[in-house]
Design a protein around this ligand. Structure first.
Ligand SMILES: Nc1nc2c(ncn2[C@@H]2O[C@H](COP(=O)(O)OP(=O)(O)OP(=O)(O)O)[C@@H](O)[C@H]2O)c(=O)[nH]1
Length: 427
């Protein structure tokens, strides 16, 4: 199936697509779009293994409350926990039915989120590409040189730009393409290929089977939107029918604990907290035991993000990691690094530091909507070889979306792609 057709069917939200229909559409990868619009890459139909996928939402209908499935078996270990964190996990979700129904978004509306979130980048980078295409009627070396310059300005990263333009030169020669008209489609297609080629890892969250606790550790410097992202992710997971608990591991920054508490209250997730200045590892210890005792599905742990001293950062994260693994073997199941897309290349430097300090399993790129240099997603992927698992596309609760390379590229070139999709209609 051509890139444009796939784009249209998968991204434009062909109505009433079912898993089966979508699987049939994807013969190379077993990839499906659930009715809510989430993309799922699996080796089996997602519906068979609902809870091993971080973004699968539909199967929650069959989920049983874990609180009942796993009674408290251990002696009360939380000797240091503050009394207010002990009451049982809130049964009543703070999420209204109306909000819940919001999760069942069509593929179209999620694609629109990427399109809206990437407006700044599109307005800057893509409009320049369109201008370039208008100025150069034929594809020649000067065209490629200017294109390289534009891609570099969008923070795509030197190696990727070189790789992309080399592939484009080759394709242009192979297919004997003379005109620059429609070159945006070729660029989009090759960008997706390059992105997907960079790593085989699954970009969905590594979730434990139903009934087992999944621990997600968040790391990242202060101010990148870590707390907001934890809140949004908790909201998302709750929308999928999972019970969520938060651990206030940023005991260093004044206000960080309260800020997390605000999010916990907002989304209906219990927050395990201790006073400011407490050893974060002690908070993690309490949180793991509280989560196990309550039969919680997912524990999301916040951490402090001081970068002034790499050795301290390393020691702190190592200790937190060690305590979590000791209390729950194989945990944490995800270590997500929050990076602020608006900091551009600086985000890459931060990522490198955290990568050296701890085993980062995925990146959450916040504030992608706030930058005109959205190419940073590709640079991060190719430079660090860590999958971008989520992107922040705005300040609303559901603006945290699982990253999807095709939707992203559509967000970059929406106008040109829409035009070409229209042209191919009926073909
Ligand atoms: N536009 C936009 N704003 C975001 C996004 N993610 C977070 N923010 C905003 O960024 C600001 C800072 O986020 P916080 O979560 O409060 O971050 P912080 O408390 O400064 O620092 P940490 O929690 O330590 O990262 C808030 O105003 C958030 O609403 C996003 O994806 N898009």
């Amino acid at each position: 199936m051509s890139f444009l057709k796939r784009m249209k069917e998968k991204l434009m939200g062909a109505p009433a697509q079912t898993d089966v229909q979508n699987d049939a559409l994807q013969d190379e990868k077993v990839e499906s779009t659930l009715p809510d619009g989430e993309l799922v890459e699996t080796t089996k139909p997602a519906i068979e293994e609902p809870l091993s996928e971080g973004t699968v939402e539909e199967p929650i209908v069959e989920a049983e409350p874990v609180v009942e499935a796993e009674p408290v078996v251990e002696a009360e270990p939380i000797v240091e926990a503050e009394p207010e964190v002990l009451p049982a996990v809130q049964e009543e979700s703070a999420i209204s039915e109306e909000e819940k129904s919001g999760w069942f978004k069509s593929a179209f509306s999620i694609t629109e989120k990427f399109k809206t979130g990437l407006t700044k980048t599109r307005d800057s980078f893509t409009s320049k590409v369109n201008d370039l295409v208008a100025r150069y009627r034929t594809v020649d070396e000067d065209f490629f040189e200017e294109l390289e310059e534009l891609l570099l300005q969008a923070d795509v990263g030197f190696e990727t730009v070189m790789e992309l333009t080399e592939i484009l030169r080759f394709e242009v020669q192979k297919k004997n393409i003379k005109s620059t008209e429609g070159i945006q489609t070729l660029i989009s297609e090759k960008l997706v290929e390059i992105y997907e080629k960079a790593g085989e890892e699954n970009i969905t969250l590594n979730m434990q089977p139903k009934g087992e606790l999944t621990v997600i550790l968040f790391v990242g410097v202060n101010g990148v939107g870590k707390t907001t992202t934890i809140g949004k992710l908790a909201h998302r997971l709750k929308g999928e029918g999972r019970s969520v608990m938060l651990a206030a591991g940023d005991t260093f920054r004044a206000g960080a604990i309260d800020q997390l508490q605000v999010w916990g209250d907002r989304v209906g997730a219990e927050v395990i907290r201790q006073s400011e200045g407490t050893d974060p590892a002690a908070v993690m210890y309490d949180a793991i035991h509280a989560a196990k005792n309550r039969g919680v599905d997912v524990l999301i742990c916040d951490t402090a993000g001081r970068l002034q001293n790499k050795v301290n950062l390393m020691n702190e994260l190592e200790k937190v990691h060690r305590v979590i693994s000791r209390e729950l073997p194989n945990a944490p199941h995800e270590v997500l690094l929050a990076l602020d897309a608006t900091t551009g290349q600086n985000a890459l430097v931060q990522a490198q530091t955290f990568k050296e300090a701890t085993n980062v399993t995925g990146i959450v790129l916040t504030k992608l909507d706030g930058t005109a240099k959205g190419g940073i997603v590709i640079a991060i992927r190719n430079k660090l070889h860590i999958p971008v698992k989520f992107v922040g596309l705005g300040e609303q609760m559901d603006d945290l979306q699982p990253f999807d390379a095709e939707r992203y590229v559509y967000g970059l070139f929406a106008d040109a792609l829409d035009e070409q999709i229209k042209e191919t209609e009926g073909n």
